[in-house]
Write a protein that binds this ligand. Structure first.
Ligand code: UDP
Length: 353
């Protein structure tokens, strides 16, 4: 069996790492060709993950990044279509909700190559998010929908997608969190030299709704400034570019570092007091490592975590952020409820394919 896997952005490298390892361990008869679209291209947003996580080198690198959504998606479809015609795979495997996901799905389905979507069924019900459009369209053309949770299965059912092509496998990011915790390492940047374990907040901000809106970004930074603790902020290139162009400054308690590799990120997540984020993946990882999470968005796809009190939504309000900080720290996070499977999702993805 020949599978083409499309990756392009940071979270996809992490998801693909565990599934590729499962292919290698379980099915030597499967030939997996990794295609990197180039959506994330900085060394610390791409190469570091291939180096640290033992992901097989991409067979093809399309070098498409830096454009608008339309430019990127269109150019990716064109190149992926040509590759599919040459490689003639049995499956197209796509992850998550980026432009690379949608381009892979559209190119494949029109050539009648079946599409398998890992992390299918998630919904924010906010169609202003590019990610929501990407996941909706991908789910509607996929032949195999590998969903991380019961909730995701219900979301698909409500859209008329059901039956054996929908399989609840759990979350491959939980597999990754468990596997790489053993290899996690403390970042060695000088600004973190005197960092005290369990006494800092870890923050990530990169979602377009926050970076493209100066008022929201400024409000979030005011909220960070009011926290009585150091905030470690591995800064996404998009956020850095926006802050520079808008002349926004960082509060004194915020220690900005370059984006870190996954092994360092896992260390920060496992040793912080609390996580503040607008990332999808980081919300869950906070829970996997037993840390409370405050989400800097107006909604989340990972509603289970809000329901069990592990996560709360504050949007971009400084006052709501400050109030949530004390509240979330005084709560207890139990990780005995595990809505995202048992850490065997990658194995189940391989089995389903
Ligand atoms: N991540 C990382 N280094 C960083 C920030 C994030 O390795 O400096 C990881 C994080 O642990 C998670 C993934 O990147 O596994 C999340 O990616 P991102 O927040 O970019 O995307 P999203 O999950 O929102 O789609």
């Amino acid at each position: 069996m020949k599978i083409i896997t499309i990756v392009g952005a940071r979270p996809q490298f992490i998801k693909a790492a565990v599934v590729s390892r499962a292919f290698a361990n379980q099915r030597s008869d499967v030939q997996e060709l990794i295609v990197h679209t180039g959506q994330h291209y900085d060394a610390n947003m791409s190469d570091v993950f291939f180096d640290e996580l033992d992901i097989p080198r991409p067979k093809h690198h399309l070098g498409i990044g830096g454009g608008t959504h339309g430019q990127n998606t269109g150019r990716m479809i064109e190149k992926i279509e040509a590759l599919l015609l040459t490689e003639q795979p049995d499956w197209m495997l796509v992850y998550g909700d980026t432009d690379s996901t949608l381009a892979g799905a559209l190119a494949a389905c029109k050539l009648h190559v079946p599409v398998a979507h890992v992390e299918a069924g998630l919904r924010s019900y906010n169609r202003r998010m590019p990610e929501e459009i990407n996941r909706l369209l991908t789910d509607h053309v996929a032949s195999l929908l590998l969903v991380p949770s019961e909730r995701a299965r219900c979301n698909l059912h409500n859209e008329g997608i059901s039956g054996p092509k929908v399989q609840v496998v759990g979350d491959v990011m939980y597999d990754a969190a468990l596997y790489y915790l053993k290899k996690a390492r403390r970042p060695t940047v000088p600004v973190l030299d005197n960092l005290v374990e369990n006494e800092f907040v870890l923050c990530t901000i990169h979602r377009a709704e926050n970076t493209d809106d100066v008022t929201r970004l400024t409000n979030i930074l005011s909220g960070l400034a009011a926290l009585p603790t150091a905030v470690i902020l591995p800064l996404h290139p998009r956020t850095r570019a926006r802050m520079t162009s808008s002349g926004i400054e960082f509060p004194a308690n915020v220690r900005v570092i370059e984006p870190v590799g996954y092994l360092e990120m896992v260390w920060l997540e496992a040793h912080c007091r609390l996580v503040l984020t607008d990332s999808g993946g980081v919300q869950k990882e906070a829970y996997f490592h037993g840390k409370p999470c405050i989400t800097l968005r107006d909604e989340t796809e990972w509603v289970e975590l809000v329901e069990i009190g592990a996560n709360c939504i504050v949007g971009a309000s400084a006052a709501a952020l400050e109030a949530a900080y004390e509240r979330m720290l005084s709560g207890h996070i139990s990780t005995t409820v595990q809505p995202y499977g048992k850490g065997r999702a990658a194995e189940l993805v391989v089995k389903a394919l």
